[in-house]
Design a protein around this ligand. Sequence first.
Ligand code: ATP
Ligand code: MG
Length: 541
Amino acid sequence: MSDLIDDGQFNIGHICTRRQCEQGRGEKVAMRWVSPAMERADYTFRDLDDESSRFANVLQSLGYGRGDVFFTFLPKMPEQFFAFLGALKLTVVAGTLFSNFGEEALLDRLGDSRARGVVTKKGLVRKIARVRDQLPCLRHIIVVDIDEHQSADVLSYRQLMREASAEFTAPFTPAETPSVLHYTSGSTGKPKGVQHLHRSVLHQHQTAREILGLGANETYWCTADQGWVTGTSYGIIGPWSLGVTQIHFGGGYNAEHWFRVLEEEGVTVWYTAPTALRMLLREDRELFGRFRLDRLKQIFSVGEPLNPEVIHWARRTLGREIHDTWFQTETGAIMIANRPGLEVRPGSMGKPVAGIEAAIIGDDGTPLPDGEQGNLCVKAGWPSMFAGYLNNEAVYRQKFRGGNYFSGDTAYRDEDGYFWFLGRSDDVINTAGHLISPFEIESALLEIPEVAESGVIGAPDELLFEKVVAFVALHRQFSPSRELELKIRLHVSNRLSSIATPQEIVFTGAIPKNKSGKIMRRVLKAGYLGQDAGDISTLEI
Ligand code: ATP
Ligand code: MG
């Protein structure tokens, strides 16, 4: 089967905790928690096992069982990990909600999934309270920072855990058992509830080892919030299934704090996102010279296309390569990646990981030759493949054709087998009969010293069918001018082509991003066209 599972027990909660203890790692640090105030607390695999078992007992005593849906709605904090793993131990479906979500986003997700319970903190309870009467299935709100129960359904985590036993053995859990529920980031429309199975651990484990290079001696930090798939697949499951020590930092983005964490905790493998890396690129170079990062071996990125300029910056400033990885909520684990040992081609996502067959396929279902752009597809049946979109069987079925999963992204493969991302299929711009990648234009814009951020869209045009419109945010010390506009046009024209050159440049203060940091091109487009932007519950405001 795999060296991970030899007894058919696929329970992710069990594998990440008890199994690690059985294999002699009980006293090893599983999680070094670094609080927003930079205070540390260590938790061993034994602690992780005990606390998650306690939480499994808590849920069981409240009447939860296989298939019930339970969410965490917490910022990064130790209780989130205990609750998530505890729910999985009991074969309860574990969902995670980003703690910045507003009530509309909560209502969508808790309502759609018919969640029975949620664990949260005092400061967040009021958001749930405001939509509570629209959530008839929601029975329990467990609050981590109150000492006593408040009512029959607003319960104290501390009191429940005090009264619960740390003895719990996960039931035998076959591969096909529902495990994690994630809503997508909602970059292209309403977020979809993506259901995963315990089997996914096979691929999360394999890619954490083979791509991220995690093993017994690594100290690993994944900056992703647990509200998104990267935060669970690679901030919980993959690394702990390998018995790896993880750093979890509760603070938000702050270049100085981040580099302190990297240095002081001796991080050896770091997994982060382009949006964070683009912010670092804008920091004073002097800052980086103050930190010693000799232990840092590898940097990985996921979530958005990784602009070549960011790779060049990391080579110059950090003396390190950044390895881009591609996957989606639906794929559950990394599908295409750069990795140590494979030459990085800046702008390319790398090659498919072991066991994954990726292909570029035309709209009519025929595979396309190298160099031609088309639908990025993965052969169905990989171990971490999602089992469905909740309450949306029709859309799930539409994603599969001829044994292939259509990802909704457009890309091409070069003659050496590297995959190059062009855009979400809806974002690719069709101008004067050419298909243009907004990502390539944004990457070219980022090379201009005055440009801090950009977002590129196609807008209807009588002559060209679509024209290229570039939204550009400048670094603080610069202001828009006619000369700068010409400079930008000239640069894109030289770097890419005259066809890719923006017909229109709109200077703006900031580029809208969703809560996972992704550029929201559909919001830019709707604003430009004076239309309604649709569901913007995940927009960062
Ligand atoms: P929704 O499906 O609701 O619109 P979303 O697609 O943003 O939201 P996720 O599943 O979090 O939700 O994101 C996956 C998408 O992110 C991919 O389909 C791709 O468009 C983009 N992406 C992820 N990693 C990369 C990468 N390395 N390079 C380019 N794009 C990436
Ligand atoms: Mg998507």
